[in-house]
Design a protein around this ligand. Structure first.
Ligand SMILES: Nc1ncnc2c1ncn2[C@@H]1O[C@H](COP(=O)(O)OP(=O)(O)OP(=O)(O)O)[C@@H](O)[C@H]1O
Length: 300
């Protein structure tokens, strides 16, 4: 057991940005924090890092609060990226990593390892302002990991990255997890969360609306999607009670239903009408669960 948040609330003015979150992240776990804009993800991260004090509740890493003195244990990729545009990559990393207690020699060795890994060794002496936003993000990521933190917190690490760079970052994050780093990250991109996380929390207006093991959540979630391939019009299925939506595809339709029992009803309705080449019941994607649980009129 490593990171424990217990009954955390944070009030700004008269509203709770975080409203009663409890969670445990075990050592070496990859933990996803999901939520619409303003749900309370960044505020939660700031409290874990000791940058903000909770209004109520307690947070501990290995049994103790993460005060400023213990920040060497932590790597943080903030949502509002903060690099000095006029410094070179090397100068920037030396400056930031010295604050984490690293020697100049170690910083340069680690920096070269990561620049090679990200396939940009030529950036060492380039100014930050000369790099594209995506490449600046790689440098910001390096500033979070060069000192080999025990706990790594990544706020929207994939935003603004193209698919190639996004995959590169994903594989780096997975390798860090394999090496024993505990990782918390937030993302709006459900695909990334599905690929990386075993455990997650989904926030809505500061409250947890879903929490636990991703595979278990998907398995136990009532909603199912049925992928039907048929050569006749499936429009009539819209009148079956319990249908959430029906989207036509080039082969037939994808039908979202409330539960497995409704899927069975759909099966018989289709079979009575004609021959379906395919009838497959799929577990909901995290995207569907997110819309169902964390979407809604009150979110931006
Ligand atoms: N310093 C602050 N003062 C007042 N309100 C704040 C402050 N920081 C955050 N909030 C409010 O707290 C709520 C949660 O914000 P937070 O940044 O944690 O959300 P988020 O889930 O990270 O959102 P996003 O996905 O947009 O980054 C928002 O309503 C925000 O306006």
């Amino acid at each position: 057991m490593t990171l424990v948040m217990n009954g955390i609330r944070k009030k700004f003015n008269n509203d709770y940005a975080v409203d009663g979150i409890s969670l445990t992240v075990d050592r070496g776990e990859m933990f996803g924090m999901l939520g619409a804009n303003g749900a309370g993800k960044t505020t939660s991260f700031r409290m874990i890092l000791g940058l903000l004090d909770p209004s109520e509740g307690s947070i501990a890493w290995e049994g103790k609060p993460l005060s400023y003195k213990r920040t060497k244990l932590v790597g943080y990729l903030p949502e509002e990226r903060g690099l000095f545009p006029k410094l070179t990559v090397k100068e920037q990393l030396i400056y930031l990593m010295k604050l984490k207690g690293m020697s100049k020699g170690d910083i340069i060795t680690e920096m070269r390892h990561w620049l090679d890994r990200f396939q940009v060794p030529e950036y060492e002496n380039k100014k930050i302002e000369e790099l594209s936003k995506g490449n600046q993000q790689k440098i910001q990521f390096m500033a979070a990991v060069l000192h080999k933190p025990e706990l790594l917190i990544l706020d929207e690490p994939f935003s603004g990255l193209d698919p190639v760079n996004s995959d590169m970052l994903k594989s780096a994050v997975l390798d860090m997890q394999k090496a024993g780093t505990t990782i918390l990250f937030s993302s709006h991109q459900m695909q990334n969360v599905e690929e990386l996380c075993e455990e997650l929390i989904m926030l809505k207006q500061g409250k947890a609306v879903l929490q636990g093991n991703l595979r278990k959540i998907k398995r136990s979630y009532g909603m199912k999607t049925i992928n039907i391939h048929a050569d006749f019009d499936l429009e009539f299925l819209r009148s079956v009670p319990g249908i959430i939506s029906l989207d036509k595809t080039k082969d037939g339709a994808k039908v979202k239903v409330e539960n497995e029992k409704i899927a069975e009803d759909i099966f018989y309705n289709v079979a009575e009408t004609g021959f379906a080449r395919k009838f497959e019941v799929e577990e909901p994607s995290l995207h569907d669960i997110f819309i169902d649980k964390a979407g809604g009129e009150k979110n931006e």
